[in-house]
Structure formats: C-alpha cells, structure tokens
Design a protein around this ligand. Structure first.
Ligand SMILES: [Zn+2]
Length: 228
C-alpha cells in the first residue's frame, strides 16, 4: 500500500485499518525509521486493530512525515495521483498489466469523472474487440495494432502519466483539438474523421480526435510547454 492509494481510499471512505497498517509496513521496509510509523506498523501484530487507535497514530504519521491529506474538493486530483502511482508501479514491474487495467476499469466504473479515464476504457474496448473478432466498433489504438496487450497497456500508462502533468481541456479526451490553433471542439468523438473545419482558425482537416492514442501523441508534442 502506497500513500496515493491510501489517500484515495480514505477519501472514498473505503480505507480499512489494515490498509493503514500495510502502508506503515511498506514504509518500514523502505527504511523509514519514524517512531509513529513504527507504532502504526506494530498494529500488524493485532488481528483486529482498533480503528480509532489506528486513526490516531496514522494522523501522527501524517504530521511527522509532513504529508497532506486531500480534501473532498480534491477528489479528481487525488484519483489522478493514484492513477499515476498505478502506472509507476506497472512500469517498475510491481504490478502486472492485467492488474493495472483492472484497477483503471474499476475506477472508470465509479463514474465518468475524471474524463481522462476514458483512455483506459477505450483501451479495454480495443482489447475486447481484439479478443472477439471481427472488430465491430471504433479502434482507438490502431497505430499499435502489432503490439501485445501488455505493450499497449504500458504505452497507455506512459501517456496517462504525461497527460496528468499538463493542463487539459474539460472532458479531455472526449474532444477534438485543432493541431494548428489548439481550438477545442466537442462534437461526436466516436468517429475518426472530422468533416468540418476548425471552429477557431477555419483550417480544414486540422481537428484531431483525442480519443485516439496517436492523436494524443501529436497533441503532447505540440509546443515546448507540453514536453515533460
Ligand atoms: Zn484551428
């Protein structure tokens, strides 16, 4: 258990006393010698630790480690921080691609916010179609058609982390963005081609559908401020 996940579970009122203890045990294994962390980890010897006592010591850990707990108003950023942590664990080999996809799929099922989770839902759709041919719907990651499911998952995770680091238009990726002037258009994003001109600069064929992985790569490469 790492802090971004624990913080998210707490915000969702789903964190159990044992989750807090697991977090403290993980810190100890990483070499943390904080007394409060040690005390919290010691609850692991108890099969049914007292929730109030765990909470009291956890709050002491938060103070001593100078951590900040997200508020309800920070739910989206807290979820995204958890998502980034999942991606980092995946990249470090601490989590399997299947497990990572399941986590994001469960987060997506909790609701449509934040919309950035759609890139994981579109990956799930692509993989489902790949496993159940013939494909009947839109394929959002066609540029990586030769990649394995695991390679695709790593590529999406890498992109997710980079997207989390920049300011995005509302409801991204369910938007078209003009690659000439960066105007945003929210017309149907289930299709791959925009037959209309950009509402900002009028350029034809300049609108790019952010539901598509390759289009997001082009968006990320626009402007030096987007390089991470
Ligand atoms: Zn434009």
């Amino acid at each position: 258990m790492r802090f971004p996940e624990l913080a998210f579970l707490r915000l969702e009122h789903r964190a159990r006393p044992c989750d807090h203890v697991d977090w403290a045990l993980a810190l100890l294994s990483e070499g943390c010698a904080n007394p409060a962390v040690f005390e919290l980890a010691s609850f692991g010897l108890d099969s049914d630790p007292d929730a109030q006592a765990v909470e009291r010591i956890f709050q002491a850990c938060v103070r001593e480690l100078n951590l900040s707990l997200p508020t309800d108003q920070e739910w989206v950023s807290c979820l995204l921080a958890y998502g980034v942590d999942v991606c980092e664990r995946l990249e470090d080999g601490l989590l399997s691609p299947t497990a990572a996809r399941d986590i994001f799929w469960n987060l997506f099922e909790d609701g449509n916010e934040p919309h950035l989770l759609w890139i994981w839902a579109d990956l799930a759709s692509d993989l489902f179609q790949r496993e159940h041919p013939p494909a009947r719907g839109v394929v959002f990651n066609a540029g990586l058609a030769d990649s394995s499911a695991d390679e695709l998952t790593l590529a999406i995770a890498d992109q997710f982390v980079r997207l989390c680091r920049i300011a995005l238009p509302d409801i991204f990726p369910r938007v078209w963005i003009c690659l000439e002037c960066e105007a945003v258009d929210t017309e149907d994003t289930e299709v791959s081609q925009a037959v209309r001109a950009c509402p900002g600069c009028g350029a034809g064929a300049a609108l790019s559908n952010m539901r598509y992985m390759e289009c997001r790569e082009r968006f990320l490469s626009m402007g030096s401020e987007r390089h991470v």
